[in-house]
Write a protein that binds this ligand. Structure first.
Ligand code: FES
Length: 211
């Protein structure tokens, strides 16, 4: 993809998509010898082992980082069950086996993404940090209804309704500041106007959200 830059090493190639990075620093903290913003290039795959690089890449909450082994060995799966974490005043962090069906027709199979829920990102459906300028106010609570078993590794399908919510299909766990809830499907607000965030309440029809 045009936004991606590749950092080849002897055993691993790391790919970085700057437009999806929110600078959470997980990679830098977990493996500073490989991920060092003070160096050029800032990713140095030969300074670490393949397995530890894969573990560090798996910690990236936005999916900006990816890796593949040069000998074709499949990477260990560190993904876990499908999880959506609602951040206060910020994006929705998705992790799992995700099929992302974008409105422009592009389908991506990814393990992590930070999706815009304020409506102000210029890189939708991904968050680009514009919620800080908007400013977007959302406490990140959900008033949970029930807690069930943690979902397995089935595919979580994400689609987007034009000028409306994101639709989740599959089993997933919703995590907010006030607890967790297992879900099958659901419509989450991405216009920023819902009064029962993170869920869509139909406010997108009257707030002028266009996407
Ligand atoms: S997308 Fe925000 S209320 Fe429906």
């Amino acid at each position: 993809m045009a936004d991606e830059k590749h950092y080849p090493g002897r055993s691993v190639v790391v790919t970085f998509n700057a437009r999806r990075c929110l600078h959470t620093g997980e990679c830098v903290h977990s493996l500073p010898a490989v991920f060092d913003p003070a160096q050029r290039p800032w990713i140095m795959p030969d300074e670490g082992g393949a397995a530890e690089i894969e573990r560090a890449v798996a910690l990236c909450p936005t999916g900006a980082l990816a890796s593949r082994r040069t000998d074709g060995t499949p990477a260990e799966d560190h993904t876990g069950g499908n999880l959506a974490v609602v951040s206060a005043n910020g994006p929705l962090y998705l992790r799992g086996h995700i099929e992302l069906n974008r409105l422009d027709g592009v389908v991506e199979h990814i393990r992590a993404a930070a999706l815009c829920r304020c409506g102000a990102s210029s890189n939708r459906p991904f968050c680009d940090g514009n919620h800080r300028r908007a400013p977007f106010k959302a406490d990140g609570l959900a008033g949970h209804r029930s807690v069930g078993p943690v979902p397995g590794n089935g595919v979580l399908k994400i689609t987007f309704r034009e000028h409306g919510p994101m639709l989740l299909s599959g089993n997933w766990l919703l995590r907010t500041a006030d607890g967790e809830e297992t879900c099958e499907g659901g419509a989450l607000c991405r216009c920023g106007a819902s009064k029962r965030k993170p869920w869509c309440d139909g406010s997108h029809r009257t707030c002028g959200f266009q996407d």
